[in-house]
Design a protein around this ligand. Structure first.
Ligand SMILES: Nc1ncnc2c1ncn2[C@@H]1O[C@H](COP(=O)(O)OP(=O)(O)OP(=O)(O)O)[C@@H](O)[C@H]1O
Length: 249
């Protein structure tokens, strides 16, 4: 089997008496979109935080491109090519669209402590940022303030910021949240094409997007993966239907 780009092995995280992730083992293979779905409180955000390095697991490990990164900080994992987009946008809204992407490029170059101004004149970083904007279709908005973008465009901008890392893998936390039909369609199209560049671990409540995009789906309930399979397999799984999908199945 092809080696996983990203893998969790037996991740456990407890909050007092509650076990938020209870031995979660999942893989993300080259070229795929692997969706993680589950009801509220299932442990999806806890899982993402452990994968990205903002929350330490009580047990288990995280592997990126064959390396155990469990002890690495979140910035170190980002520099190693783990690109995360957030449930709550972390864009600098008063800065321009290009400046936001440049900030990402600066972080990717490991130059976060350098003064920002000279970065604007750094041709290599600027080229990387502009290429990312073209990739998400926001090149015409480069000089606009991020605050003036629509909600959907901000999500595209977040993907552009993530792209400057030249990521090995994307981890996306509910990218469709709050988007209307048009925004969802735009982002779905973008993610569909992105998987060829780097596989995507997609935590998403929007089942239309999940069913349209996912090569595999894992279903998390009370911190455990209760099923994992293709869209057809998950739709046909009675236990999943009862635990989660309801009418969506
Ligand atoms: N810092 C924390 N302290 C205590 N309990 C927490 C903490 N973070 C999460 N939990 C609990 O762990 C469980 C899993 O939460 P988590 O946010 O990971 O679920 P989720 O699947 O992401 O939910 P949602 O879909 O609503 O975002 C929940 O019962 C939650 O209340």
């Amino acid at each position: 089997m092809t080696e996983a780009v990203l893998e969790t092995r037996g991740l456990v995280r407890r909050f007092g008496a509650l076990t938020a992730t209870d031995g979660v083992s999942i893989t993300l293979r080259p070229g795929e979109i692997h969706a993680v779905i589950g009801p509220n409180g299932a442990g999806k955000s806890t899982l993402i935080a452990q994968i990205c390095g903002t929350l330490a697991p009580d047990a288990g490990s995280v592997w990126l491109a064959g390396c155990d990164v469990t002890a690495q900080t979140a910035p170190a994992r980002a520099r190693a090519g783990l690109a995360r987009t957030f449930q709550v946008s972390r864009l600098a809204l008063e800065d321009s669209v290009l400046e936001n992407v440049l900030l990402g490029a600066v972080g990717a170059a490991g130059a976060a402590r350098h003064p920002f101004r000279p970065v604007l004149r750094n041709r290599a970083l600027r080229a990387r940022a502009e290429a990312a904007l073209v990739r998400v279709g926001l090149e015409a908005q480069a000089a606009s303030r991020a605050a003036d973008l629509s909600h959907g465009q901000r999500r595209l901008l977040e993907v552009a910021v993530a792209l400057t890392l030249s990521p090995r893998a994307f981890v996306m936390d509910e990218p469709m949240a709050g988007l209307g039909t048009e925004g969802s369609a735009m982002l779905t199209g973008l993610l569909d094409g992105l998987r060829a560049e780097a596989p995507i671990l997609l935590v998403e409540h929007d089942m239309d997007a999940v069913f349209a995009l996912a090569d595999r789906i894992s279903v998390l309930v009370y911190g455990k993966v209760i099923a994992s399979g293709t869209v057809a397999e998950i739709r046909a799984d009675r236990a999943v239907g009862e635990a989660y999908l309801g009418d969506a199945s």
